[in-house]
Ligand binder design. Sequence first.
Ligand SMILES: C[S@@+](CC[C@H](N)C(=O)[O-])C[C@H]1O[C@@H](n2cnc3c(N)ncnc32)[C@H](O)[C@@H]1O
Length: 283
Amino acid sequence: MNYHHSFHAGNFADILKHVVLMRILTHLGAKDTPYRVIDTHAGAGRYDLGSEEALRTHEWKDGVARLDQSPLASSVEALLAPWREAVATARERHGTGSYPGSPWLCRHAMRAEDRLIAAELHPTTYKKLATTLGRDSRCKALAIDGWTALRANVPPKERRGLVLIDPPFEEKDEFATMAAEFIAAHRKWPTGIYALWYPVKERRAADGLVNAIEDAGIGRLLRLEIDVDRPEAAGGLGATGLLVVNPPWKLAEEALLLLPALCERLAQGPRPRYRCEPIRPDG
Ligand SMILES: C[S@@+](CC[C@H](N)C(=O)[O-])C[C@H]1O[C@@H](n2cnc3c(N)ncnc32)[C@H](O)[C@@H]1O
């Protein structure tokens, strides 16, 4: 396990993932009944953009820093508001260089009755996660494998909620593992919302994930991708995706406003692209 998210925190891929995460949590919180989030690969929960790791890559400069420059169109800002408010709160509480990761964002969005299970296998990162979540009785940090945590915790007793699957993609077979583990979880909890994050390095790998899920008979998918047109010479990740299963209604409509605006603001070359594709929206 060599991956450390502190090198990448606040980059363009985090922005897509965290903005959509906050939209999903906003929709979940709009109903009175409690929900649960299972964050299978949770990370440290909060990052310091002044850390040695973050300063080594400066990825946040082409991510969260671009969104700090100026507001986007008001219709887009209305959708970004929950994420913007969470980032502002993290900065107020922990300093201006602070950037909230997925478990922090979940905890921030949750109400008294909602619950979070956050799994993180790396021992040092787990300690940071446990500190970030503190003694909040709504949240449980687990130092276990994320796939094991997923198998053990679906369906949650609330029968409403989200599974965020955000592995490091260090292993060659991570796409296949993700498809298999997700399909098994979906069999046990077909009505949950799932958000599967993936890097887009080879288009075939992302297509394979979507095809495997479709072949398993799973419908109601929303495929969201942005490609910031990063110059090849710069190396690193240039495109990212989030596959949302059982998306809240309105999410596709919201993504159609958000993605073009994010894509333009986060562009690193002249031809940024986005994809917002509902797949078998009727299941
Ligand atoms: C992409 S990062 C998570 C970022 C986080 N979800 C966020 O958005 O703020 C992936 C995390 O998974 C952890 N990890 C690696 N293998 C794991 C495993 N088998 N089970 C759980 N966590 C794992 C890594 O240590 C890393 O912190």
